[in-house]
Design a binder for this molecule. Sequence first.
Ligand code: ADP
Ligand code: MN
Ligand code: MN
Ligand code: MN
Length: 364
Amino acid sequence: MSCVSESSHLNKFLRHRYLNLPQGDFCLVTYVWIDNCGVDLYSKTRTMDCEPKILADVPEWDVGLETEESSTEMLLNPVCMFRDPFFLDPNKLILCEVLKHTREPAEWNHRNRCNTLMEKVKDLHPWFGMEQEYTLLGVNGHPYSWPRLGFPKPQGLYNSSVGADRAFGRDIVDCLYKACLYAGIKISGTKAEHMPSQWEYQVGPCEGIEIADHLWMSRFLLHRVCEDFGVVATLDPKPMAGDWNGAGCHINVSTASMREEGGIEHIEKAIEKLSKRHEEHIRVYDPHGGEDNKRRLTGRHVTAGIHEFSAGVAKRRVSIRIPCRVALNKCGYFEDRRPAANCDPYVVTCAIVRTCMIEEKKEK
Ligand code: ADP
Ligand code: MN
Ligand code: MN
Ligand code: MN
């Protein structure tokens, strides 16, 4: 079996001809939402008579939810609008939150409470930057461009690498970057990772809820760009067992007072608070209560063990790192290295705000 999908071999010249046809005054609006396991993204597209200029111009929509127990209708409530890098302007991508037919948030919709929490701390101006790691797989489930039998050369030459013998799938990485920029996602960088065919991009810094909205939409673009190329992106935090790095989603955090002169004091206070709630955070840093991260946070492969909390300046085998530039400047931000690649950024930012910022507000 070829490791690249059949559809990726369809005639792209023909496709282009049709995609270039004029579309009149109509606007294609693609709704994107998180499904009921809180991990996968889905989408569907509708025609609107004219271009929505603001989010309020985009109507609510509905979607059927089929589970083993029942079949119900859910509402798709638009929360964030992006430009569509596939159908191009004036077409739109709309990130939606899922509501029950009673208009209460679905069980797996953590955006709703995240939004409420972010409102409470908005005068602290919390900024977040997330580093999304992912692994490219063929449609056969094997890492993209790895030998069909056996393994590529051991780790050591792949991190931030260039060259056809070590950087696999850069077409996807570059196209994703441009697609994110076009869409209006605050993507801030990208690089090759330690494991061959594993890559990272960063989103942020973003203030408040925006980080999670942008990260979720960037994940949609990741899957969509990969689909075009006929490969699959997995956010599994440990796609290959053994001596291969896992995939995380480090989160970088600051408040206005951390960014100001002498802010290191506030950073240290936040780390002290985090140290007291390690287990609680581990439970919500992957979608399976810490089970996924157990395979990744082993104390090897640039991680700290899952069972104990640790922090350090310029160290990477720790739960929390203070980047060396931050230590030198005595202000800036800290990095929580624990979240898994498949974490829900609404949940992760909520946990950090609750631990580090709500009390700070009380103290004020
Ligand atoms: P690393 O050295 O851990 O690989 P990266 O350069 O990959 O770091 O990512 C750093 C992230 O930190 C980026 O997403 C960036 O947007 C974010 N960041 C930078 N400054 C701040 C800040 N003051 N507060 C929060 N996040 C920040
Ligand atoms: Mn990084
Ligand atoms: Mn990384
Ligand atoms: Mn990092």
